[in-house]
Design a protein around this ligand. Structure first.
Ligand code: G3D
Ligand code: MG
Length: 283
């Protein structure tokens, strides 16, 4: 009988680098939108068969897509919990997405979950002619951390399976999978990511997400409900507006009326609106 092992991996990186598309390519082998735009922190599972010594191991991968951008600290703490491995995704047409691995995502993972295996994916290789960094830059970057890297395309599927299998293997054998860290991690604070009043805004949304998910015994269940409501309210976490957030809060109250007493749902709603008012008043 084959051994079955379950591992959790997170797919991280700046907005629009192709995280959701890579998961969709790997799990469903497609690049169109039959799949919901973003599955949030909801997991998708896929079984990999990994040769291990003389046997083959069934590795059940729980793949966590990332909802939210840099700066959503509380959300990230909960999503990263228990992760065994990470994809660090960049977009080859935007150099800043590579810089933010070093400045934000890698230190963030290290500080929250420690030294776990990761693989770097430079995605959108089908757009190579628009590349803003070279394969040599990438090789140099990955070798500093002693981790594998892949030039992938979620669009045509190039190297996508290879990258998942590489991480799968490294998660199975932590001795070979451990990255090294060249220098003290630098943690970027939200004010360095969002500017001016948007700092406060991101902080409040983060607190609201946390507050809502606390109402669910399972964080993941809370996240998937939240994700759906945010989507219906057209709240884009990479570019949130007060109006969209208010619509989202109204929806959350309706949902919560179904799981707690009406008065409590109302009180929670009012509390969140007060948080929001604080930033509108500029306090
Ligand atoms: P995210 O989950 O990291 O935020 P998405 O990113 O998977 O939502 O992808 C963001 C945009 O990049 C999408 O375009 C998607 O189609 C595109 N994309 C993702 N991977 C690739 C790729 O490998 N090649 C190319 N050419 N495009 C890619 P839209 O236009 O839908 O926003
Ligand atoms: Mg996404």
């Amino acid at each position: 009988m084959k051994k079955e092992i379950i591992k959790k991996m997170c797919v991280l990186g700046d907005g629009a680098v192709g995280k959701t598309s890579l998961i969709r390519r790997f799990v469903y082998d497609t690049f169109d939108d039959i799949y919901i735009t973003t599955i949030g922190s909801k997991t998708t599972a896929k079984v990999l068969h990994i040769p291990f010594g003389n046997e083959s191991i069934m590795l059940k991968l729980q793949i966590w897509d990332l909802l939210g951008q840099k700066g959503f600290a509380k959300l990230h703490v909960s999503s990263f919990k228990g992760a065994n491995g990470v994809f660090m995704v960049t977009d080859i047409t935007r150099k800043e997405t590579l810089d933010s691995l070093e400045e934000y995502w890698i230190p963030k993972v290290q500080s929250l979950v420690g030294n776990i295996p990761f693989v770097i994916l430079a995605n959108k290789r089908d757009l190579m002619r628009k590349a803003k960094f070279t394969q040599e830059d990438l090789r140099e970057f990955a070798s500093r951390y002693n981790v594998p890297y892949y030039l992938t395309s979620a669009k045509n599927g190039r190297n996508v399976n290879q990258a998942f299998y590489a991480l799968g293997r490294n998660m199975m054998d932590p001795r070979i999978g451990k990255p090294k860290f060249p220098s003290r991690p630098k943690i970027i604070h939200p004010h360095q990511i969002f500017e001016g009043e948007r700092v406060e805004f991101a902080r409040i949304i983060d607190i609201i997400i946390d507050d809502f998910c606390k109402g669910y015994s399972d964080f993941e269940d809370g996240m998937s409900v939240l994700e759906r409501q945010f989507e219906m309210a057209k709240l884009d976490l990479s570019n949130p507006t007060i109006e969209a957030l208010k619509r989202a809060l109204d929806r959350l109250e309706l949902v919560e009326q179904g799981i707690k007493k009406r008065e409590i749902a109302r009180a929670d709603h009012l509390k969140r609106l007060r948080w929001l008012e604080e930033i509108q008043l500029g306090t």
